[in-house]
Design a binder for this molecule. Structure first.
Ligand SMILES: [Zn+2]
Ligand SMILES: [Zn+2]
Length: 273
């Protein structure tokens, strides 16, 4: 199985527009892996994209992703949905007025949330433009890949993806993993891609995470290590790396040298299982 982190950023990309912080200035100067676009994952084997942040069209160009046959969106937050317009280009020819729909798969409650918050966009793309073929489901089988979609946080309807090929297993926990609800499906994953981790508890402006209003939604590194041990996970890859954490690609490169089986995503990272 081959996965690619299309975008490793969070709700604000790096560099953030208008921002003059050190992290954003460094990213503007160095480019490449110092830049992070919005959070999304591509399953190369079946040409499936998970999530469409607003910059997904740019991210696909950067990462040489030329084909999307299948699409899923994890939940209704703007940093995962607002690039949904890519389905117009992928699934509809405006010159010939001809549609070739892309398979769209999501939990029923997530589809309802996305429609409610985005002017019924999935209904429009499915029923009017016919550029997506909407499947309300919690399980997908495409070729040799199977995917279970778990509603990890029923208060907010956040989907976690358990992606399997034979005995190989990857989990994509793309956003809002806390409070962390147990699921047997997480055991013995080869790779667990986890979002929202503040490594040292100090935010971009110097404020302590412990004093921030969102403190209970963010993992600390100690908690990540506990999770790894409890679920017997071989490797954790941290993604959804927000500008507000204030840490650069170079910083994470040094940090991961000190950690056992924990690494930090970057845009274009390839994951072979
Ligand atoms: Zn900044
Ligand atoms: Zn998010």
């Amino acid at each position: 199985m081959k996965l690619k982190i299309v975008g490793s950023g969070g709700m604000s990309i790096i560099p953030s527009s208008f921002c003059e912080c050190g992290l954003c200035r460094e990213a503007r100067e160095k480019g490449g892996r110092y830049e992070r676009l919005g959070p999304s994952l591509y399953i190369e084997d079946i040409q499936m994209l998970i999530d469409t942040p607003e910059d997904i069209a740019v991210a696909c160009n950067r990462q040489n992703i030329s084909k999307v046959k299948h699409l899923s969106i994890s939940h209704c937050d703007p940093d995962h949905v607002k690039g949904i317009r890519i389905v117009e280009k992928i699934g509809y020819d405006f010159i010939k007025e001809k549609s070739t729909p892309v398979g769209f798969y999501a939990l029923p409650e997530v589809i309802a949330d996305i429609n409610r918050m985005n002017l019924d966009c999935l209904k429009y793309y499915g029923d009017v433009l016919h550029c997506i073929d909407v499947h309300e489901t919690s399980h997908i089988e495409i070729e040799h890949i199977s995917i279970d979609m778990v509603n990890h946080n029923p208060d907010r309807n956040i989907t976690f993806y358990i992606i399997r090929e034979g005995t190989k297993k990857a989990v994509y926990a793309c956003c809002n993993p806390k409070p962390f609800a147990h699921n047997d499906l997480y055991f013995d994953a080869d790779i667990f891609i986890l979002s929202l981790v503040s490594d040292n508890g100090i935010l971009n402006d110097g404020m302590r995470l412990a004093d921030a209003p969102f403190k209970d939604e963010i993992f600390t590194l100690d908690e990540v290590m506990e999770l790894k041990k409890y679920y017997r996970i071989k490797k954790i890859i941290v993604t959804h790396i927000d500008e507000i954490w204030g840490k650069s690609y170079g910083y994470y490169q040094e940090l991961e040298k000190q950690l056992d089986g924990i690494s930090f995503a970057y845009d274009g990272m390839e994951i072979l299982i």
